[in-house]
Design a protein. Sequence first.
Lengths: 194, 146
Amino acid sequence: MNLKNKLHRSVYNRKGCENLQAGPKLWSKKAKNISSSWYFLIIVILIYLILFILNQNLFLQSLNFFYKIILKIIPIFAIVFILMAISNYFITPKFIIKHLKEKGIKKWFFVIVGGILSAGPIYMWYPLLGDLKNKGLNYGLIACFLYNRAIKIPLFPIAIFYFGLKYILILSGAMIIISIIQGILLNKLMGVKK
Amino acid sequence: MKNIKDKNLMKKSIIKSAKSLWKSFPIILSTILLISLISTLIPKTFYTTIFTKNIFLDSFIGTLIGSIFAGNPITSYIFAGELLKQGIGLIAVTAFIVSWVTVGIVQLPAEATILGKKFALLRNLTAFIFAIVVAILTILILGVIK
């Protein structure tokens, strides 16, 4: 079975589009991802242990730096968690897909909003976008959707904490504009007719 | 009946969010640990040798690094935010944040298989170029507004 079929099966073998959690194949892939990130943490901890043996002063300085960052970002994580829960409650993939089927200029608007509101890993969306492509969603709109996934409202508190509200608003605005330009450009490059 | 459904949906949403954050937990913790180590080990003057304050070169380097890495955007914010404090220019940091999510070298095979090779290549290539454009545009607008 090729990769395309595997991904399609893993996403569609649940009831409709309501729950986009993947099937066994993707779960095993996810499990691998999870373990690899834990392995990464273990490696970093080992580096710290080596540093502790070699230079205790540097070890303590690094740990102090780490402690200061953690202390600052914990309250922001609480806000991020609340925003994520609210977003997951109100915005389901079914809701997004329904609006991606709009027509005309509205389509661009809903593709941008859909991209911003969509959650979950990007590979989860490929099969659905592939399916929508077969149903008439053009390449430019798909690219626009994928580009806008970079704007994550629930993560705004942490972004504002580091870069400020003005910067985040300007960056988001610039990204929305560029996403449309990229969409139009891709339609031209892919030879999509109006 | 509707209340029970709503409660279940809310419970599911909370669990989903908790799972999502928990999944990011080891990588976020590793990132902060590494940043702390880098900040202690590497002097701030080192970054000035890589990032020369040339807007094109800095945004290109930022985009290149962001394109190679992949993961939850929250990690990129923490990583980029801490690097900014270390003295790396906002333009490089912006290009890094944008390309982290818009360019997907790791996901390229899956994207190419489902959405087409030509589309996946063109989308990632244009996203790479546009990450530089967005970084320059954002910094220019920010400079004008200031």
